[in-house]
Design a protein around this ligand. Structure first.
Ligand code: ARG
Length: 583
């Protein structure tokens, strides 16, 4: 915001475009040095004058403007007129014209996200994909992209041969873990599936013929065998029911569920194309595309027994998304361990002559380690996301009870905070880094956490509400009995105070954070910004009494607090967190 405004003022005075000026402008590390600075070194070359001289001349030229410009050696330091800047900014926020920069210009982005495997538990990797994907979906939409989310379910592949084999052999048996406590609704079908899957692998060690049987079943499935198909459908539908429950809790929905099986009849034409283009080679009985020139292992397209693999389906998927769904950009929010797979698929597309392969982007993320034993011993070795969420919500409920006993809607608030804690605990990290996740840490109301932000948001809401009932209308800024005609003219002299001023400046940086988060596909930029904003707000709140002073002064403070609340609320929603008004 500051940089944009300043660039506008400088544009006519410099041989540069507005964007170039914006890039050049810096924010001084210490606000005492000013609100922005222009280093004049690069200008010296084009203007053929010393940077010191340029800084001095510009300061002179800006003498009568809104800006207070001071030359400091080769730098030009700017100070804003705090009162007028704050009032303009808060006005823009309140009328909604702030914070929706259109960088996407309607470009269509398909986001492949979540994409868990059917008949296997929803793992932490899938949680990260879901949350990062969901945040990117919202952030990109907010910045002018047309976003389409697709859940590329892992509903095809050799594991279904194994599942069918296991189901036919042992499906009807009650499994060892069937105890009275979990034989009721707590026993999810996915847990049963997992047990079958594990048993298959255990038994296959001594009976390798099981593997052959499984391969055979998958082959039959790919060929449309009815028994295979109806068993498969059962696995898919039951698993989906469970996944949907989780998505609902996480507040995530998808524009499309198009799993790998959807591409079953779309692989043949792609293989044809590969053949026509002379890209398919035989290797040990399999058909592959060589990627030797990229120093990569070949990409297998058809296995020696004639079945397709993950990469075959991804190739068909990319073509479908581009040609049928008309995607401009294809994002794949998938763990970093699949980097080679995506590089291979994208290179194959490139070799097929599709220039748009450069618009296919793997958005990788790191591993997440859950705090170890405590969470994972609850039900065996595998960690179930549902258990993590339940535990987080239980702990949130206990915290709320001690902090605000008697809170209305305590259960709903606990759900919002518990789930929010898990989600934010993920999103605040640079996505490519590995995360050590600790429930205690992500739930700390005083830490860099979702609950801290939600709590700060609720604090802003309660101040605005209190102000409304003490002397103002709901519309802060208007007196109780008045109409819009005699709205109180807010007195922004408070902005001379550093706490208030820093807060207003931080609010004004929202747009930049959003744009960066969008262009780097990095929700953590927005998450970190929100933490800065909340910290700045809490410093302000501890030093400045909002509901004191003249009505005009209070009106200005309320406008500021409300802008903070709006910004925090929008940001949190973009990251997929709920914002209860009262905690
Ligand atoms: N189901 C896969 C897995 O769990 C992730 C799928 C990601 N998307 C894709 N188009 N390959 O590993």
């Amino acid at each position: 915001m500051i940089r944009e405004q300043l660039a506008e003022a400088l544009e006519t005075k410099l041989p540069m475009t507005r964007d170039e000026i914006i890039k050049l402008l810096e924010y001084p590390p210490n606000p005492d040095m000013g609100d922005a600075a222009l280093p004049c070194f690069t200008l010296a070359k084009t203007m053929k004058q010393s940077p010191q001289h340029i800084a001095m001349e510009l300061a002179e030229e800006l003498k009568d403007s809104d800006w207070i410009a001071e030359a400091a050696g080769p730098y030009l330091n700017f100070r804003l007129n705090r009162r007028s800047h704050a009032s303009v900014l808060l006005e823009r926020i309140q009328n909604g014209s702030f914070g929706k920069p259109d960088i996407g210009k309607g470009e269509r982005v398909i986001i492949d996200m979540s994409s868990p495997n059917i008949a296997k538990p929803f793992g932490i990797g899938h949680l990260r994909s879901t949350m990062i994907g969901n945040a990117l979906y919202r952030i990109l939409r907010e910045t002018g992209y047309e976003t389409i989310s697709v859940n590329h379910l892992g509903d095809w592949g050799t594991q279904f041969g194994k599942m069918i084999t296991a189901w036919l052999r042992w499906g009807g048996e009650s499994t060892q873990n069937d105890t009275p406590q979990n034989a009721n609704e707590n026993t999810s079908i996915i847990k049963k599936y997992l047990e079958l899957y594990v048993r298959f692998h255990d038994e296959a060690q001594s009976k390798p013929e099981l593997e052959d049987e499984a391969r055979e079943w998958f082959k039959r499935l790919e060929q449309g065998d009815e028994t295979a198909h109806s068993l498969w459908l059962g696995f898919v539908e039951e698993s989906l029911k469970e996944f949907r429950k989780l998505y609902e809790r996480l507040g995530v929905s998808f524009d499309h569920y198009l799993g790998e099986s959807f591409y079953n009849d779309k692989m043949e034409p792609v293989l044809e194309q590969l053949k026509e283009k002379g890209l398919l080679e035989e290797s040990d009985g399999a058909m592959v595309v060589s990627l030797e020139e990229f120093g990569m292992p070949p990409c297998i397209m058809v296995k020696s027994n004639g079945t397709s693999i993950y990469a075959t389906r991804d190739l068909a998927t990319a073509l479908y998304r581009r040609n049928e769904m008309k995607a401009d950009t294809l994002l794949y929010v998938v763990g970093g361990e699949q980097a080679l797979h995506f590089k291979q698929v994208f290179h194959v597309l490139g070799k097929m002559g599709f220039e748009w392969s450069s618009e296919c982007k793997h958005i990788p993320f790191g591993l997440m380690r859950m705090e170890g034993q405590k969470m994972s011993t609850r039900r065996g070795k595998v960690l179930f996301l549902e258990d993590v969420l339940n535990e987080a919500v239980d702990r949130a409920r206990a915290l709320i009870q001690s902090k605000s006993p008697g809170l209305a809607n305590a259960d709903a608030v606990a759900e919002a905070i518990g789930v929010g804690a898990v989600v934010f605990g993920d999103l605040k990290n640079t996505r490519t880094l590995d995360v050590d996740f600790s429930l205690q840490e992500v739930l700390n109301f005083d830490g860099e956490t979702g609950p801290y932000l939600q709590y700060t948001y609720a604090r802003t809401a309660s101040i605005v509400k209190k102000a409304a009932s003490s002397f103002m209308n709901k519309e802060a800024g208007a007196p109780k009995h008045g109409s819009a005609d005699n709205e109180i003219v807010a007195d922004f002299s408070l902005m001379e105070n550093n706490f208030a001023w820093n807060l207003a400046v931080t609010v004004g940086k929202y747009e930049e954070a959003l744009v960066q988060a969008a262009s780097r596909y990095e929700p953590s930029v927005l998450a970190r910004y929100l933490l800065d904003l909340a910290q700045s707000f809490n410093r302000f709140y501890h030093h400045i009494k909002v509901l004191s002073g003249t009505e005009e002064e209070q009106a200005a403070k309320i406008k500021l607090v409300r802008a903070v609340g709006q910004t925090l609320g929008r940001g949190l929603n973009l990251l997929g967190l709920q914002t209860p008004e009262e905690i």
